[in-house]
Ligand binder design. Structure first.
Ligand code: AMP
Length: 216
């Protein structure tokens, strides 16, 4: 099964994508993680991408498409977290793959802002915390590895605002694009995380059964 996850930055595509990946036994591919890994390794692609990522812009299609071509090569099943993010990326993807479903996560902008700007990341192991919803036991320190927590450059308030603007302009049109194709499942993810997770799984499972997307 080939699934695309859509939704504003910080809405929880990563969290819900991980849950769906485990339940459906389908690998999740996260473009943002791949770009961050290139940046960490200091590759030419990583250096180029960092400039755009740090200021909240999208990395140019040509760069992302090259990375994704390699990541998706020969795959039968995947959950895409953070790709496509432009119409050009969507059109390029469908040249090679027939997508089964597109999930659009929605929540009020205010809630998204609060979730994403409160995030703290461990500089050592990458574990994610939240200063209100998922506090570390000791302030500023990772529970798992004792690493120091920091606020990612692209999770600072002004950059988040920019990312939300960019989302509205360049990525939101994909919602209509896939709705017109009749392949969009919209899920409201406003509220407490455990209830939301259960709701997401129920919606996705029902949709899969209704549309007979499983191969048995
Ligand atoms: P994410 O972790 O998914 O929010 O992605 C972090 C950043 O990586 C984004 O703000 C973009 O700068 C860049 N990025 C991730 N996916 C894409 C994509 N499909 N197209 C362009 N830029 C992307």
């Amino acid at each position: 099964m080939k699934i695309i996850l859509l939704g504003a930055p910080g809405i929880g595509k990563g969290t819900h994508g991980d849950m769906l990946s485990v339940k459906l036994k389908i690998p999740k591919i996260c473009t943002g993680d791949m770009l961050r890994s290139e940046t960490k390794k200091g590759t030419a692609v990583g250096k180029k991408a960092k400039v755009y990522m740090d200021r909240g812009d999208l990395v140019p299609d040509s760069v992302v498409l090259e990375i994704m071509e390699n990541a998706l090569d020969g795959r039968k099943d995947f959950i895409l977290d953070g790709f496509p993010r432009t119409l050009a990326q969507a059109k390029s993807l469908e040249k090679t793959f027939a997508i089964d479903m597109v999930i659009n996560f929605v929540a009020p902008n205010k809630e998204v802002m609060e979730r994403v700007t409160g995030r703290l990341t461990c500089g050592y192991c990458g574990e994610i915390y939240h200063h209100k919803f998922a506090k570390p036991k000791k302030s500023g320190t990772c529970d798992k590895c004792n690493g120091q927590l920091y606020v990612r450059e692209d999770q600072k308030a002004d950059v988040v605002r920019k990312r939300l603007d960019v989302y509205e302009k360049l990525t939101r049109p994909l919602v209509d694009y896939y709705k017109k194709k009749g392949m969009l499942l919209e899920i409201n993810v406003s509220g407490s995380i455990e209830d939301v997770k259960r709701g997401v799984w129920k919606s996705v499972n029902d949709y899969i059964k209704k549309n007979k997307l499983t191969e048995e």
